[in-house]
Design a protein around this ligand. Sequence first.
Ligand SMILES: [Zn+2]
Ligand SMILES: [Zn+2]
Length: 363
Amino acid sequence: MVLTGLQSQAQDHSHRLARALKFPDVPGYKTLKCDLHQHTVFSDGSVWPDIRVMEALMDGLDAISLTEHLEYQPHKQDIPHPDRNRSYELAIKEAKNHDLLIIRGSEITRKMPPGHNNAIFIQDANKLLVDDSIGVFRAAREQGSFTFWNHPHWVAQRKDGVARLTDMHRYLIKENLLHGIEVVNEHTYSDEALQIALDHNLAIMGTSDIHKLIDWEYNVPKGGHRPITLVLATDRSQEALKEGLMQRRSIAVFNDFLIGRAAHLNPLIQACLTITKTAWQGNSDVLNVTFTNNSSCAFTLRNTGKYSLHNQTDVITVPANGEQVVQVKTLQRMTDVSLSFEVLNGVIAPGKHPVLTWKATVK
Ligand SMILES: [Zn+2]
Ligand SMILES: [Zn+2]
């Protein structure tokens, strides 16, 4: 049955479904869940823009951008549209009665270099139909764009799957025309892109680059989820989101992996994973410590502390939105117990995981 506009507006699915992605705020910042690279029928995607809004609401996202290819319009015969802002306008209309930020964006679609790049927070996509490959970045910047390099490791443009900077990219970075880089795109991750982000102070991005259905592509019914970018923002607004990205306060989420600079990732992990209960086991000197995971990512931890564990090997898992009891052999009773773990699903540089300490206080 087709609902009327009024009935449809009354149904707010956001933050209600079990599938909604959850990441806690960190001290001083709101953690905004964003998917800033998506397609609809207004470029080479298969769905109308309102579907992207509905998917984002079901996933509990804070912000999305429909970044249609400027130079690739395969559905133009069926859906002629002289106005490249149309996709954004339809999304805004759908999102009107919902709590979702819609960011205006476009995908600058060129051969390598510069490859594909998303310009977001722009004012008018029509004005980005510029032939010159560097000129288009300047035109985006004039509109206040935050611009990031999409899938620098895409095998269609990099046969070996290795992201490499070109002189053109170095120039774009130097001229403040390029601000971020996808380290995660769709089903792929790039160590080399992460290293480029760290070496050249670019924002670390993760996106779905969805063309068809989120549920189908990412197996949502079986517990999967799309890649997203978490942005640490001073509040939940477009301005604060842009400021957070410009300041490089971002973390890419890829399956259960969290990829970001230690300064941003460590406080996020500490907010996700907290000790909620401690108790001595009977008369023994073994302490039961309950870890609670307030996030949608399962955590895998390797014990690097001075105590061995009674119910686990050195590697433990704390399920998403779940708990894990760790039995710690402290050898004697004490009031403060310090536990250290290498967070194996956190990535702060290629092959590098953060080592963090949790304090358990016992009555
Ligand atoms: Zn692309
Ligand atoms: Zn794309």
